[in-house]
Design a protein around this ligand. Structure first.
Ligand code: NAD
Ligand code: MG
Length: 394
């Protein structure tokens, strides 16, 4: 067996972070959590450090650095402590890890994800917003760094598993279509009228997956699937016409690849992110993940249906942004982040999320992606526009 992997878990206190640490803890010979990061939950980060004894802990909120250091000293944990955005970026490219699990939520994960790619780490990508925002820049950073990206978003991990060699030329490999499955979220089958008054609590109650609140809302609007279409486009070099979405309420088929000879390969499993995480951590080997084996005979019949794009407009908007090209996906993502935040805070109705994203896309037509700085400026403009539209609507 190869040397123990030193794994940096960015967003260690989150849902993906927790699942990652669960897999790591099952394989202490193979993996060590050498870097742990969190945003503001200093108590949870300190607890994880006490349990996993990393070399470095980074808290994104600089005001909490002292408290983290005090908690760790009191517990007799002697790891390095750092804080702030630059410390996160430095940790992603630093010598304390060879593998980075990018599991920060939202555009806040972009710089550390890019830094990991640029420095040749094995990048396990959960933070889909970073590839949606900066797909070409991330691919360029990966090529420069010479590392590898293994998706842990379950659909993309499934497609990765169904393609020969992970990321081949689709035409040369006889691939006709990539088919992303979507559970349909908690509001599958509802009409627009039904959705007018739904609450954040209802939106966050996903039928099959337990996830952070932002991705849960994205799953309810189907924006999550829209972001994943854009993610698939970049990861696998597939044009928008070659990416389809199929609603599959059981979430057992995680995605499919259709070949020109009529074969359709799928990856199945219980809905538990530890499968994708374990696959990506150990690739090309396979390791035990703690996931209950799939019992197809005892499962509900597998059903598939077309998505309802007129009720769940966010998916259509994501396809529109992908086709518009340039930085339109980054604008879509930024507007969506503001919209979801406002919805979760009770300041925007559920159906207003798509309206707000559409207004911002109309106000800021796509421009070419030049560099990260310009992209961050455009992200800022989109957020400002979204907040202004929100204020004016109140
Ligand atoms: P979560 O809300 O549970 O956790 C987010 C993590 O990011 C936390 O550790 C938090 O401290 C950290 N964070 C938040 N804002 C930050 C900031 N500004 N700076 C630094 N750190 C910050 O989210 P999650 O459900 O674990 O999702 C994480 C990412 O993985 C998202 O991009 C999501 O789309 C993706 N993803 C999640 C799942 C899932 O099952 N949860 C599945 C596929 C993809
Ligand atoms: Mg997914």
């Amino acid at each position: 067996m190869s040397a123990q992997r030193q794994v940096a878990v960015f967003g260690a206190t989150g849902s993906i972070g927790g699942s990652t640490l669960d897999v790591i803890a099952r394989h202490p010979q193979r993996f060590r959590a050498s870097v742990l990061t969190a945003h503001g939950n200093v108590a949870a980060l300190a607890e994880l450090c006490i349990r996993f004894r990393p070399d470095l802990a980074v808290i994104a909120d600089p005001a909490l650095e002292g408290e983290l250091a005090r908690r760790l000293a009191a517990a007799g944990v002697h790891c390095e402590v750092a804080a702030g955005h630059d410390a996160l970026t430095a940790a992603a490219s630093g010598h304390l890890c060879d593998t980075v699990v990018a599991a920060i939520v939202g555009a806040a994960g972009l710089d550390s994800t890019l830094a990991a790619a640029r420095s040749g780490k094995r990048l396990l990508l959960a933070n889909k917003e970073s590839i949606v925002m900066a797909g070409p820049l991330l691919l360029q950073a990966l090529a420069e760094g010479g590392g590898e990206l293994i998706p842990i978003d379950s659909e993309h991990n499934a497609i990765f598993q169904c393609l020969p060699g992970g990321r081949p030329n689709l035409d040369a490999s006889g691939v006709r279509r990539l088919i992303l499955t979507a559970s349909g979220g908690p509001f599958r089958g509802r009409s627009r009228a039904d959705l007018a008054g739904v609450t954040p609590e209802q939106a966050c109650k996903h039928p099959n997956w337990v996830m952070g609140r932002k991705i849960s809302v994205d799953s309810a609007t189907l924006m999550n699937k829209g972001l994943e279409v854009i993610e698939a486009h970049h990861l696998f070099g597939a044009s928008p016409d070659r990416i389809d979405v199929l609603v599959h309420p059981q979430s057992l088929v995680h995605s499919l690849v259709e070949y020109v000879d009529g074969s359709v390969l799928a990856q199945l499993g219980n809905p538990d992110m530890r499968t994708a995480i374990a696959h990506a951590l150990a690739w090309p080997q396979r390791i035990e993940a703690g996931v209950t084996p799939l019992d197809l005979a005892a499962s509900a019949p597998l059903a598939f249906q077309q998505p309802d794009l007129s009720t769940f407009r966010c998916l259509a908007l994501a396809f529109q942004a992908l086709r518009a090209g340039g930085d339109a996906p980054a604008i879509l993502n930024a507007a969506n982040e503001v919209a979801v935040e406002a919805f979760l805070a009770g300041g925007l109705p559920f159906l207003g999320i798509a309206d707000l994203v559409e207004s911002v896309l109309t106000e800021l037509p796509a421009q070419a992606v030049v560099d990260v700085q310009t992209l961050n400026e455009r992200d800022g403009m989109a957020r400002q526009a979204a907040r202004r539209i929100l204020r004016n609507a109140c």
